[in-house]
Write a protein that binds this ligand. Structure first.
Ligand SMILES: Nc1ncnc2c1ncn2[C@@H]1O[C@H](COP(=O)(O)OP(=O)(O)OP(=O)(O)O)[C@@H](O)[C@H]1O
Ligand SMILES: [Mg+2]
Length: 410
């Protein structure tokens, strides 16, 4: 183009920065919008998922209409945002073509004088315009690519945040814990959930191997938090936790957690058969071992009453079982793992009194061989404990209130 007509070529080149500016300005708008669309879409899915899980509560509180409205409003927000983002993105291509067209018109307008003065021949003008068009097409492609990149960068921003989250230390990172004997020691352990008041304050606790320690205390006292810290689901903000004289912060998560059994306060069961749920923590157990654990957890009889016995599917999060039945399955699963340290966090809270009595009778043997942390509000269960500690506001107190005193159970 320079060879054909230098002046006109330079003029055409002036359009390039203009094109760059256009793409930059529009692209800058696309990126935050793409990010926002991504966030709102995630929120939409979260609402749908929550509402499906909360269906019984929504029905019980007759909030169907409000929830439908909330979901609809969220969808509309996504549609509005997507439309805005699309509009900007869609403006990129036509905008570039418009710039190119302006260039062509400009060249034609300037060229007509040159042609009439005989400086530029008509065939040269045609070649010039064709070259110009050849240049415009990849530039439009570039603009499109730039728009796509900006959209992707906006969406990736969110992903990058997720990826930047500090992961749990490697499963096998750290020393291997030798077979646990069961001595547990908390040394000045403090812990607070992010943005909350301390849940545990300078806690000292020493449990001998084979001991059964009951932990009682009001709601929110920090009982479950003790269990979570023992499993290293969280780490203490101050102090340390020792098992058999080893700081658990230094050992691998696999060797720690594989030797501790827990029945959590909120039982979570898989959409799988009863057998698979019980066998979850132990590779390939025999039917006999499963049944023994189920018997100890007082689950065997009700399982036999299910349509397909141990092969009955128990549905998402175990919803096809009653609350007490779910707890019995979770208990069987923890017992099957045969851990040296067993944590029972309100594990019998939903048992009927008769079931609890049977369980306690059966468990006095099971408990004798291992260290048991028995978190419970049930007086009957506490009879199994060698020692009962009361936790209040993150500290151990005597039943009266002051000081760090342990109370012997009758
Ligand atoms: N995941 C969490 N994020 C933030 N705060 C939490 C979390 N879990 C518990 N807490 C807070 O930590 C404190 C101790 O909770 P924890 O679950 O240990 O109580 P608890 O003694 O087990 O009570 P409950 O008898 O009701 O089971 C409470 O104030 C609670 O609100
Ligand atoms: Mg709790």
């Amino acid at each position: 183009m320079l060879q054909i007509q230098a002046l006109l070529a330079i003029l055409a080149a002036v359009l390039i920065p203009l094109f760059y500016l256009w793409v930059k300005v529009v692209g800058r708008r696309v990126r935050p919008l793409a990010r926002e669309v991504q966030e709102e879409q995630a929120r939409t899915i979260a609402i749908a998922e929550e509402n499906l899980g909360m269906l019984p509560a929504i029905k019980a509180f007759t909030r169907e209409a409000e929830e439908s409205r909330r979901y609809r409003a969220q969808i509309e927000r996504v549609v509005r945002l997507s439309a805005r983002e699309r509009r900007f993105y869609a403006a990129l291509g036509p905008g570039t073509h418009l710039l190119a067209a302006i260039g062509i018109v400009l060249v034609l307008w300037l060229a007509q004088a040159a042609v009439s003065h005989g400086v530029l021949a008509a065939p040269q003008l045609v070649s010039f315009l064709l070259y110009g068009q050849l240049m415009a097409r990849p530039m439009a492609g570039l603009a499109d690519l730039y728009g796509q990149t900006q959209r992707a960068r906006g969406a990736l921003g969110r992903l990058a945040e997720v990826l930047a989250e500090e992961p749990e230390p490697g499963w096998d990172q750290g020393k291997r814990m030798p077979p646990i004997k069961g001595a547990i020691e908390f040394r000045g352990v403090s812990f607070a959930y992010p943005g909350r008041e301390p849940a545990l304050k300078h806690l000292d606790l020493s449990i001998a191997p084979g001991e059964t320690v009951g932990i009682i205390g009001p709601n929110g006292a920090g009982k479950s938090t003790i269990a979570h810290l023992l499993l290293r689901l969280h780490s203490p903000s101050e102090g340390s936790i020792w098992i058999d004289g080893v700081d658990i912060a230094t050992i691998s998560l696999r060797s720690l957690r594989s030797q501790i059994g827990i029945v959590p306060q909120h039982v979570l069961l898989f959409h799988a058969t009863v057998r698979d749920n019980i066998a979850y923590g132990r590779p390939e157990p025999t039917q006999e071992q499963i049944e023994r654990a189920a018997r100890a957890a007082r689950a065997h009889d009700f399982i036999l009453g299910l349509p397909q016995g141990y092969d009955t599917w128990i549905g998402d999060r175990g919803v096809r079982l009653s609350g007490g039945e779910q707890q019995r399955v979770a208990l069987a699963s923890a017992l099957l793992k045969d851990p040296t340290i067993l944590i029972l966090d309100e594990a019998t809270a939903m048992f009927d009194p008769e079931g609890e009595r049977e369980f306690l009778r059966a468990c006095s043997d099971v408990f004798r061989e291992r260290t048991v942390v028995l978190i419970t509000h049930r007086p009957a269960s506490l009879e199994l404990a060698d020692r009962v500690l009361k936790l209040q506001g993150g500290e151990f107190v005597s039943a009266g209130g002051e000081g760090k005193v342990s109370v012997r159970a009758q």
